[in-house]
Design a protein around this ligand. Sequence first.
Ligand SMILES: [Fe+2]
Length: 344
Amino acid sequence: MLFRQLYDSTSSTYSYLIASRRGGEALIIDPVLERVGHYLRLIAELDLRLVKAVDTHLHADHITALGALRDRTHCVTVMGEQSKVDVVSMRLADGDRLRIEGISLDVLYTPGHTDDSYSFLLDDRVFTGDTLLIRGTGRTDFQNGDARAQYESLFGRLLKLPDETMVYPAHDYKGDTVSTIGEERRWNPRLQVKSAEDYVTLMENLHLPNPKMMDVAVPANLQQGLPQAEIARRGWALSPAEGIDLLGHRDIAFVDLREKNEREKHGSIPGALHAPYGDLIENLRPGGVLHELAAAGDRSLVFYCAFGERSAMAVQAAQDAGLAGTRHVAGGIAAWKAAKGPVV
Ligand SMILES: [Fe+2]
C-alpha cells in the first residue's frame, strides 16, 4: 500500500493520500485547497490516478480541496449523507464501504463534532476526522455539534476497535502524527470520564474561540458543486421529466455511472446499462462498450449518477470522444426520484 500523511501548517490539517500500488487508483482524505498544487505534483510523481476526494465532515477551519481536485482530475467527491454541502458526487452512510482499486474502507458514522462527521477504517488504521484527536477530541459547540452524540461515537464505536488500531486524525496542533486506540483510551484526558453526562459537562466548559477562518471556510465548503450552466447551455442536460419521456425509446440508452452498492441501495432506472464512472475513459474508447453502443449501435447515451456530477463530467468526456448525441439527467437519480421517475 502507498500511504502518505500530508500536512497543511496554516490550519494544522492532516490529509491522507492512499493507493494500493504505484500506477493505480488513489483517494485523498481531507485535502486542503491551498495544497492542491502539492497534491497534484505528488500524485504525478507517484504515477497515481486520483479517483476519489473525501471529506470526513464539513470543515470550519480551512477550505476543502474537494471541488478543486474534481475540477483538475475529474475525481469523485465524497461526503456523508448528512452533509449540508450543496452537491458532492457521492454520499456515504454508516455501514457503506468506500472503495478504490485494491482498497476498501469501512464507513463509520461518528457524529458529535458535527452532525456529518464520519470515520473511515482501513484494516490496521482509522481516519477519525475531528471525532478523535491525539490526546483530544473535536469541539462540539457549533455546526450541530453534540457532545452526547460524540460520547457515543467515541465510546460506542471508535474505542471498540482493537487497541493496536492506529489513529490518524484530521488535525494535530502539537506535532503528533499518529496514535493508537489503546494509547488514547489510556492517556487522552477527554476520555477519562465516568459517563456521558461527565463528558457533556467537560465539553460545555471548554469555551473555545471560533476558528479564525470559520466565516470564510464554512460558506466556501458549502458550495462545492460542479458549475453545470455550460453543460445545460450546450443542450447536454435533460430535466428528470425530459428523461422520463425518453424511457423505452429504442434509440436511447440510459447509462448508470454509479457503483454497484449505490445502485443496490438507491435503485436504478429500468433498462439502464451499468458502466461505472471509474471505467468511463476505457468505455468511451473505440472498442469500449459505450463507444460501440453509441457509434456502432446508433444509440444516444443518457448518463445518470447519484446527483448529476459524475454524469456531467461524463457528458463532457463523451462529447470529447466524439459521441455527439450524449446527454445526462441533471440532478441524478435523486432528482429523478423526486420527479416520480420509475426505479427498479
Ligand atoms: Fe472540523
